[in-house]
Write a protein that binds this ligand. Structure first.
Ligand SMILES: [Fe+2]
Length: 406
């Protein structure tokens, strides 16, 4: 199933309602209520096929304990260490990938091209921006999909990977719905046994280097704020304890950070020129507490904009380096979700962009020094497994330098 088939007919349906509505529509029932947009076609046969395949394991969400934030590497045996010093160029270099977990040839090609670059440029850290395990997320803490869709493709990129949860990682009855956030706990559990996969909790921060941080990464879970379906478990409601605690944690962590540069990493973007659109109006929905991403928009604007230098996101299978603007408080949105899938080749919105690409696979590299942040965008030719540098953007003044905190 591709994301085109995940658009629900109306905002904030439950998964059961969604499936029932599809059945009634197919049977010639009454027209569905829309939300001011033209609903995209939902391939019900594919939808139901995927739902049936996952139904035995992915039913209603279950209650879990609030995760603890973490700032250091827990004890995964033989885990690749975080870099403590800049590379030979005086920088901390970070590979950025997103929406990579297909196990298909394109993922292998992008990873192979990135592996060559990692070795040549002394890259010491990597980021996976969610949708790590297509289509349904892992079925257990040691699902073989962790090997097939992460470890094997990324073999040789022997660095810690900062992983965040995507909507597919938290599938409920419908693959990609984000309807079962508790499924993401399996990805947290997997981190305890992987040398690469770093996810000590569902949201966390990593300062680099730990002793005297130059840059700090803040990994967040955007799913319950932007799932395609309403959350049934009160714990994961948009205004429930989990999201309140995460928001409070992020606010405090950004405030407390001593790092010169601050980078928020989360699956869903704040701004996006690709087909899914921006938070608050995802996929054309402008009502409801979930599908539109309205509460993620509020969180980005109230907690992140003007305080972090970058928001790195996936979800849209494109490569975009957007420009900081007054709206973003000087924060730059980057979308890097083309590490296994591609999109429809065209921009759907016109947020100012330094560079963007809507048709190629690829990845990015973030280079951090005291003097500057540099973002390099690469496209990858899948047939040859070769990367081409397409664009380089630099910024020299941290956003936080222009803002005083109350
Ligand atoms: Fe996604």
């Amino acid at each position: 199933m591709c994301d085109d088939e995940l658009i629900p007919p109306q905002a904030d349906m439950t998964e059961q309602d969604w499936l029932r509505t599809g059945s009634e529509t197919t049977a010639g029932g009454p027209p569905m209520r829309t939300t001011g947009r033209v609903p995209q076609f939902v391939n019900r046969r594919t939808l139901l096929g995927g739902a049936m395949a996952g139904a035995a394991l992915a039913v209603l969400p279950s209650q879990t304990q609030a995760p603890a934030s973490a700032a250091s590497r827990p004890g995964a045996p033989g885990a690749f260490p975080f870099p403590e010093h800049p590379n030979g160029n005086g920088e901390f270099s970070v590979l950025i990938t997103g929406d990579a977990g297909t196990g298909d040839e394109a993922q292998y090609a992008v990873a192979a091209a990135a592996r060559d670059l990692c070795r040549a440029e002394g890259i010491g850290l990597a980021v996976g921006l969610g949708d790590n395990i297509y289509e349904n997320g892992p079925e257990s803490d040691d699902d073989s999909e962790f090997q097939d869709k992460f470890e094997k493709p990324n073999n040789g990129i022997d660095v810690p990977w900062l992983m965040v949860l995507g909507n597919h990682d938290c599938s409920g009855l419908i693959p990609g719905s984000g309807g079962d956030p508790s499924r993401g706990d399996r990805e947290v559990a997997y981190a305890k046994t992987s040398k690469r996969w770093y996810m000590p909790s569902r949201y966390y921060s990593v300062p680099l280097p730990a002793a005297d941080p130059l840059v700090e990464f803040f990994a967040i879970d955007t799913i319950p704020w932007s799932s395609y379906v309403a959350q049934l478990d009160p714990y994961y409601r948009w205004d429930g304890p989990y999201m309140r605690e995460q928001r409070s944690w992020l606010d405090g962590a950004l405030k407390a950070s001593r790092a010169r540069w601050k980078v928020v990493i989360g699956h869903h973007p704040y701004l996006n020129n690709g087909k899914h659109g921006s938070a608050g109006s995802y996929d054309g929905f402008e009502i409801g507490n979930y599908t539109s991403g309205i509460h993620l928009k509020e969180m980005y604007e109230q907690v992140v904009c003007g305080r972090a230098d970058l928001i790195l996101s996936g979800h849209d299978h494109t490569l975009q380096i957007l420009e900081p603007t007054a709206r973003t408080g000087g924060t730059r949105q980057v979308v890097c979700g083309a590490s296994a899938k591609t999109e429809d080749g065209k921009a759907h919105f016109n947020h100012p962009a330094a560079w963007q690409n809507f048709s190629d696979n690829g990845f990015m590299v973030l280079k951090v020094s005291g003097a500057r942040l540099t973002i390099e965008a690469y496209t990858v030719d899948v047939a040859t497994r070769k990367a081409t540098l397409r664009h380089r953007t630099r910024q020299t003044a941290p956003v936080a330098a222009a803002r005083s905190y109350a």
